[in-house]
Design a protein around this ligand. Sequence first.
Ligand code: ATP
Ligand code: MG
Length: 510
Amino acid sequence: MMMMKGELWSNLGSTMAAIMFTYAMFRQYFPPQLQDYIFRYSKKLSNLFYPYIHVTFDEYTGERMKKTEAFSAIQNYLSDKSSANAKRLKADVVQDSQSLVLSMDYNEEITDEFDGVKLWWSANRSSPKTQQFSFYPAADEKRFYVLKFHKRDREFVIGTYLKHVMKQGKAIAADNRQRKLYSNGAGQSFHGLRSSTTWTHVSFEHPATFDTLAMDEKRKKEIKKDLLKFSNAKDYYAKIGKAWKRGYLLYGPPGTGKSTMVAAMANFLNYDVYDLELTTVKNNVELRRLLIETSNKSIIVIEDIDCSLDLTGQREGKKKKRDDKSEEGTDPISSMSKTEERKESEVTLSGLLNFIDGIWSACGGERIIVFTTNHVEKLDPALIRRGRMDKHIEMSYCRFEAFKVLAKNYLDIDTHPLFGEIERLLGETDMTPADVAENLMLKSDDDEEDEACLKSLIEALKGAKEEARKKAEEEGKQSEETEKEQSVNENVGEEDAISSKEVKENGVIH
Ligand SMILES: Nc1ncnc2c1ncn2[C@@H]1O[C@H](COP(=O)(O)OP(=O)(O)OP(=O)(O)O)[C@@H](O)[C@H]1O
Ligand SMILES: [Mg+2]
């Protein structure tokens, strides 16, 4: 046995010596051009037997060492596959992500299959030139992914597979990303002058979803379909030459779920929310700047638009006054500083309209603009015409369909003997979902509590019905009185007319 091992070593030694000798001879006796020639042909020869192509994706590119989109997308794309297949994994928190991203460790290789084509991915890093010990990655360490595939699949990989990887990777990043709720602060006061407002953000964690939203199931589905259609319609908007945005007007009495609907929309589409407080925006220029600073995939909300500004259909008069004012001062600088000093918002309706459908709103990707209001009738029709506010959604009082959603959410019940009476009362009485929900809030975990909640709701509904009846009665009385007054006035008017006729005819004053 010992003998055999010794022989093996000596054979290996002599083979190595022979290779080294041949290489030395090759370098010494062959001119460099010939060496190149032989090298190229030997590579071609090896390619004949090695049919695979390798593509490298570096983490950073360019002088400014910008992280490549491709690297991040591949990292996300491979994270699922790595956690299922790779034996050695490493975990990273990718920027702006709320969860860990698992990726295969260096020098691991995993196999992917797409449309019946097999491909191999490996994660690699080039070893740093500086050999110092450090917990942090060396500055000259380069990380990269290598994709290996058969040369017959070249076209498929370049034309289809890589596009699929990028798209999937970006979608995973969007899902994992921590969403944000932005609001425009009221700029700090400095020597009486307000500084410009900017967006500040917190993480967006509103729990409302379309499942928890009390609303007619059919309308809910329709809105969800509309949102999905919009978010997938990049090519369609490009084709018809329209900016990729959509306006929703949510209107209805207080407590009917308008703000809740905005949160549900954001959660459904995975968008950020920009809560725009118009009264703190100094002027149209600032409004435009705020818009440019919003990111893709976002919902820009202006709550209670009727209270935000004087946009309530009297713009002609207002506009004229403003024009008169601007004509007063011809010096643009002095008039600008005057405007700065004025504390109230100078945003105009036309500024807002430009904000919605001006050229600025076309920058970047998809955006949804939502206005909410309690008084749709007060708004200037120009503001809410179709094309600006594409979809008008009325949030109305709670009817039985909506109640069933609340009962499921709050009490976890689908049916109950008291539902019949509640259905009848909800049909006759206007109560907001907020008030219905208030009655369904459990005080304890007791099963009997369900019935107590429903009974308290019935009482509240009866109370509301009675109140509405009394109010209607009072209003009826009032209108009767005003009718009477009117008819008295008319009679007096007639008498006056008769007497004046008599005066004319008789020439006598009674
Ligand atoms: N349709 C609904 N579905 C589920 N919950 C609702 C609904 N409407 C109201 N609520 C409940 O009532 C509360 C108030 O609702 P929300 O703030 O959305 O009303 P709003 O229409 O925006 O009112 P306002 O006009 O006063 O701003 C919410 O916290 C939510 O719990
Ligand atoms: Mg609201």
